[in-house]
Design a protein around this ligand. Structure first.
Ligand SMILES: [Zn+2]
Length: 303
């Protein structure tokens, strides 16, 4: 059978919180089968927040969760890494309200999980399988999922910026053929310098810097080393989508298509999927074969 996964041992990392600008300690701890991904706020009496669409309460700049009056912000890049490596069960301890931003991609989390090692558990791994199309729209933006024998994402962004336009604003990734680790995990978040300056006047984005984001000036980027991929912008948005989709609670089988989507539209899409029981099923598999071929050792190890 295709089994659930946790990590082999406890691992720790430390990094800056993008909102607070303060150092945050992150600890990943193995969890038993059927536990799910659960955040634990050590600075708030150890209260827990389950990583699930039902608890999303922040969708503007990043995806955040709230439960029992306790928040956890900026979960999407860590969730993206868990999805990519198929980690179903893990406890994420934090001593602040946000997941550290690291380098603005999911590469540091991938490295952390791989250094812990991955342990298969004696329980069937569940997949969310899309059975019927679901679409949400907001103005000209839209996102939809439809049935697909694997996991594929096609996204088009539309940023009025010379560097983003040059880089290519549309990309399709079929994860059975292209490696998340190689193609997506190193793509960093990005933002306009003028927006960051405005946010910082409101005491937000205090941790943002060129160490953890691509900073866009009016017609260039501030980062001296340039881009990691010519199309890093749209690749990062796909990294976000993989993370947001994992808030369904299981790895995903289907085709996500979107135009100018963000965390808000992704959240609306997840709620729409979960409110239509005929649109999906929760399946288990005996063999590591199509449609979960994307979820293979090759896919995970190809860095
Ligand atoms: Zn992101």
């Amino acid at each position: 059978m295709v089994k659930q996964r946790t990590i082999k041992k406890t691992v720790k990392a430390r990094g800056v919180g993008i909102h607070s600008g303060k150092l945050v300690n992150l600890t990943l701890i193995p969890a038993k089968a059927d536990h799910g991904v659960v955040f634990k706020r050590l600075d708030a009496g150890g209260k827990e927040v389950h990583a699930h669409s039902a608890f999303v309460n922040e969708v503007i700049l990043s995806t955040g969760l709230e439960s029992q009056g306790v928040k956890v912000s900026t979960v999407e890049h860590l969730m993206s890494a868990f999805s990519a490596l198929g980690i179903d069960n893990v406890i994420v301890e934090l001593d602040s309200f946000e997941v550290p931003i690291m380098d603005g991609s999911s590469a540091a989390f991938i490295f952390l999980i791989q250094s812990a090692g991955i342990e298969e558990q004696d329980a069937h791994k569940r997949f969310i399988v899309i059975k019927d199309s679901v679409r949400v729209e907001n103005g000209e933006s839209w996102a939809q999922v439809s049935p697909y024998n694997g996991f594929k994402v096609t996204l088009e962004i539309d940023f009025e910026h010379k560097k983003v336009k040059e880089s290519g604003q549309k990309l399709s990734i079929d994860f059975a053929k292209q490696s998340y680790l190689k193609e997506i995990s190193r793509a960093r978040t990005f933002g306009y310098l003028r927006d960051v300056e405005m946010l910082q006047k409101q005491n937000l984005a205090l941790g943002a810097s060129i160490d953890n984001a691509i900073a866009l000036t009016d017609d260039n980027i501030l980062n001296e080393d340039g881009l990691r991929f010519h199309n890093e912008f749209v690749k990062h948005k796909i990294l976000d989508i993989v993370g947001d989709l994992f808030l369904l609670g299981s790895n995903f089988i289907g085709y996500y298509e979107g135009y100018k989507t963000g965390h808000m539209l992704n959240d609306q899409l997840l709620s729409a999927i979960l409110s239509q029981p005929e649109a999906y099923s929760v399946d288990t598999f005996e063999e590591l074969d199509s449609p979960i071929k994307y979820y293979s050792e090759d896919w995970q190890n190809e860095l």
